[in-house]
Design a protein around this ligand. Structure first.
Ligand code: ADP
Ligand code: ZN
Length: 628
């Protein structure tokens, strides 16, 4: 291990959770349901916690871990699939003066043996371990030894949705975790996740045998995230414009579906003068790790990635998440966009979406080897996301509605800020459907979207002539519609299942069960007018804090910049991301207050006792130098 043992927390008597929050972590108050959860778990209860990303799940087990250890119950075992992040999480605890370690495949056998020895000696408050490690006979034997002495304080099962195949990160190893409950029925368990549709939640309860556990369900709203979904035209240019206009110099994540596209976009962003890196499963493991480390440690980097990147990325100051391809479902969209703005300051979730996305996603489901029942669930989940993308009303109301929450229009999504003009596409939809029908009837050959639209718009193309389609009664019947309009109608028809796409046959279109209702005029098709996004400067929603550096005066700025330089130095020495030392918001507050004494530093959010001891003097020196 590279860490020297941290000094133990200097407390004579047992601390209350409130005191632990203040003294160890430097925070003034619990957030939302944290207090209730902590109290329940400290008292030995089981719990299932559903809280959005950035809600503050870690403290829900870290504080009980400290409290229960002080009460003589021993060590808390944290099960997490995120091997790459354990190092930083443990580092952050050390910075706060808490004894912790991790066990995973990145350790040599000697290092692992040292950790195991310390575990058996009861020297640590928290041990992070990967699920496949926890369920080995070797590890269970060690737990047996601890449990016999009553020295297992708590099992915290992070990213609990991994146990469910309905979640988006299914890990078979999670299924074996029931052994913990069966073998150590007296040890409390706390399962946590940010993914919480009903299906997944029920699955977690069943698979982890948490029927008796108390459920704590937070609001899933992330008020600081602004949702925007634009119609895909030239996605790369649209992305560049979005970043240049709104996020110059900010850290962000751009999600693409394929490895090749990841490489291309990363290159394009670099060519445009941005700092961008690629991340996908096809890269060498060492390159992947190095890129992830740079993203976490450097400022203002854009990571272009497939969904292989990001589960549990706990970098708090990611200012935007952009999707150039559509995810599979709302859970995925929510999880991925949730990586923006964990620090609570304003952030953007931006997606470009088009007809091809709909076709691709449907094809992937159709072609997957899964059973029909599973495919049906996947189709329904995709439909819900398509409905969100096509929506002309508040995105947040729909998102939260998907997770079973009622809300009012938010004022912080594209549709609320710039209500789209809506037109009635029912007539166009019926004309498109009858064209598909007539073409099919005439020659028993199916055709793709482009050709169908050409017929309806009365275009005299080679293909039209070749098949004699100018003789169809719908030829030219939709001359008044633009191609963009028809494309929008088709996209929506495919989205609602009223048109099928045959991926095996050049994406040709065919009628479905759902076509009839539209043809008969029983279903109306409301569409957003295809307009380019207005380029008005952003205004902030009331109650959403600006990023840390905003609103700093000139002198504050100087102090802030010097503090950041000092922090970068410390982070490098400790081999940790800068935000583990202090968040931007903490540095900004120090810069604003310009403290003279250690006492002045006390009470600034994010400065606990250990950090005050370790860094207080150095921070004061930076301030005094900046002011001279
Ligand atoms: P999650 O795991 O739910 O995504 P984290 O546990 O990483 O969220 O917490 C998100 C951020 O919020 C972290 O930077 C954490 O330090 C901060 N945080 C959590 N609880 C509090 C609190 N009560 N007061 C201030 N900051 C908090
Ligand atoms: Zn809204």
């Amino acid at each position: 291990m590279e860490y020297a043992p941290a000094a133990p927390i200097s407390i004579a008597s047992i601390l209350s959770p409130q005191n632990i929050l203040r003294q160890v972590f430097g925070y003034e108050a619990f957030r939302g349901p944290q207090q209730a959860i902590v109290d329940h778990v400290v008292a030995g209860g089981d719990a299932l916690v559903l809280m959005p990303t950035g809600g503050g799940k870690s403290l829900c087990y870290q504080i009980p871990a400290i409290a229960r250890q002080q009460a003589g119950h021993g060590t808390t075992i944290v099960v997490s699939p995120l091997i790459a992040l354990m190092h930083d999480q443990v580092g952050a605890l050390h910075e706060a003066g808490v004894e912790a370690a991790f066990l995973n495949s990145s350790l040599s056998s000697e290092e692992a043996a040292t950790v195991e020895k310390r575990l058996l000696r009861g020297e640590m408050t928290l041990l992070y371990a990967a699920p496949e490690r926890v369920t080995t006979p070797r590890f269970l034997a060690q737990l047996d030894a601890l449990a016999e002495r009553g020295q297992v304080a708590l099992f915290a099962i992070d990213e609990a949705h991994c146990v469910s195949q309905w979640g988006h990160d299914f890990r078979p190893e999670y299924r074996a975790l029931t052994v913990l409950h069966e073998r150590y029925p007296g040890v409390p368990r706390l399962a946590l996740t940010a993914t919480a549709d009903d299906l997944t939640r029920a699955d977690i309860v069943e698979r982890l045998q948490l029927e008796e556990a108390r459920q704590f369900v937070s609001s899933f709203d992330r008020p600081n995230i602004r949702y925007t979904i634009v119609e895909k035209k030239d996605a790369t240019t649209q992305l560049l414009r979005f970043i240049e206009r709104e996020h110059e110099g900010d850290a962000g994540i751009v999600y693409c579906q394929s490895r090749r596209k990841v490489e291309d976009i990363a290159q394009t962003l670099c060519d445009a003068g941005l700092k961008a890196l690629p991340y996908h499963a096809g890269l060498d493991a060492a390159v992947r790790q190095a890129n992830q480390d740079r993203f976490l440690r450097e400022e203002g980097l854009v990571m272009v990635a497939t969904i292989a990147f990001g589960m549990g990325i706990d970098k708090p100051d990611v200012r935007f998440v952009a999707h150039l391809d559509m995810p599979k479902n709302i859970e995925g969209y929510y999880q991925e966009t949730g990586r923006a703005g964990r620090d609570g300051a304003a952030a953007d979730a931006w997606m470009a979406y088009g007809l091809q996305d709909v076709v691709n996603q449907r094809r992937m489901i159709d072609e997957s080897p899964a059973g029909e029942e599973f495919k049906q669930v996947m189709r329904e989940k995709l439909d819900a996301l398509l409905a969100l993308a096509e929506a002309t009303d508040c995105r947040r109301v729909r998102l939260l509605g998907y997770f079973g929450e009622k809300s009012e229009p938010c004022g912080n999504c594209d549709n609320c800020l710039h209500p789209p003009a809506v037109w009635d596409g029912t007539d166009a939809a019926r004309k498109l459907l009858s064209t598909i029908y007539r073409v099919q009837q005439m020659s028993s050959i199916s055709f793709g979207a482009g050709h169908i639209m050409d017929i309806l718009r009365g275009k005299d193309t080679e293909k039209v002539k070749q098949y004699g389609h100018e003789t169809l009664s719908t030829f030219g019947l939709g001359a008044e519609f633009s191609e963009a309009q028809l494309r929008g109608v088709l996209r929506q028809l495919i989205a609602i299942g009223a048109v099928g796409v045959d991926a095996q046959a050049f994406n040709t279109l065919y009628l479905t069960e759902g076509s009839r209702a539209v043809l008969k005029g029983e279903v109306t098709v409301q569409l957003r007018e295809s307009v380019s996004t207005p380029s008005t400067k952003r205004s902030r929603r009331a109650g959403v804090t600006a990023p840390a550096a905003a609103n700093l005066g000139v002198d504050d700025q100087v102090r802030f910049i010097n503090l950041k330089a000092w922090r970068a130095e410390v982070a490098r020495e400790h081999n940790l991301p800068a935000y583990v030392i202090f968040h931007d918001a903490t540095l900004a507050e120090i810069a604003r207050r310009s403290p003279q004494t250690l006492e002045d530093l006390q009470g600034i959010s994010g400065i606990g006792e250990k950090k005050l001891q370790a860094y207080g003097e150095a921070v004061l020196r930076v301030i005094s130098l900046s002011n001279s």
